[in-house]
Design a protein around this ligand. Sequence first.
Ligand code: P6P
Length: 347
Amino acid sequence: MPQKLISLTYHLLQEDQVATKDHLEFSRLLTQITMAARIITQELRRAGLADMLGKTGAVNVQQEEVKKLDEFANETLISACEESGLVFGAASEELKSATHFHLHGRSGAAYAVLFDPLDGSSNTDVNGSLGSIFSIFRRRSLQGVGTDADLLRAGRELFAAGYILYGPSIMLVYSRGLGVHAFTLDPGVGQFFESHYQIRMPAHGAVYSINEGIRRRWQPGIAAFIDRLQSEDSPAGKPYSTRYTGCLTADFHRILLEGGVFLYPEVLGNDGHYSGKLRLLYEAMPLAYLAHNAGGRGSTGLEPILDIQPTSLHQRVGLILGSQAEVHLAEQIISEAVSEKECESRA
Ligand code: P6P
């Protein structure tokens, strides 16, 4: 028996006290996404028994090897969006371009959904945490049909965003700009029940999350920032602990609830240029939106994630995400490092 008897359905109905067409449509769309999450959960739970581990042999637009579970999650979410009747187009980490739903005249539908269907898929074969991350935009103009321009939007224009975390518990975390709320799946009942209402990220934490293995390639300032977190002169007044799972969703979820900072900064490539790994539209942006709505912050180190105007669907960014104290400190140290580098290059 769940402690709280507020199901996701009832939570959405309660919020409907200010029932608007937007909210009623969002409720229907979120219901579809959580139905997809339950189907993906079932597949994850028995992947090792149903020959669903391992790779498909295909390589996606990211030049990453596609896992069988990536493909399953992608197909499930695409179908859920199309069957909702509310989505004119969907974009996915797994697909080169957006899928426009012309079926049943849905091209006139109001919403676009962009998602990473299975985040952290390096964890699929080792029973590690995984996630599905989604951004939802409402078309600027409802005249005519939705176009790719309706997908390339800055985070400040998000209609809603969220993620499903496939961990020991299956959790949905979402925001529509009116607070961040979390729901936990009761597998016995098959329903999501409200477990965290109006989540507020602590002003600072005591944990940082980063892949230390590529320290030598981090963008200027990141190493100095991590050194600061490992000192007594950190925002917590003591050295931080490090936690890193290889799944952005799981690492961010910890930071959302307990504070601290997650970083995947730009790294120096073999071409001599710094570039990000995480994708803006369906990884960095939705999580920065959630962080912002919970009182935290998301930045590239040089600008807020939510201010970036995307120019391409799979655009990548450096990401620093978490409590205000740590992210502002990182921005300060990075800014100083960039200024020093510019002075050196002029000398
Ligand atoms: P690395 C997973 O592929 C992902 O996109 C994020 O979930 C995760 O934070 C990151 O990449 C892990 O990357 O280079 O540490 O394996």
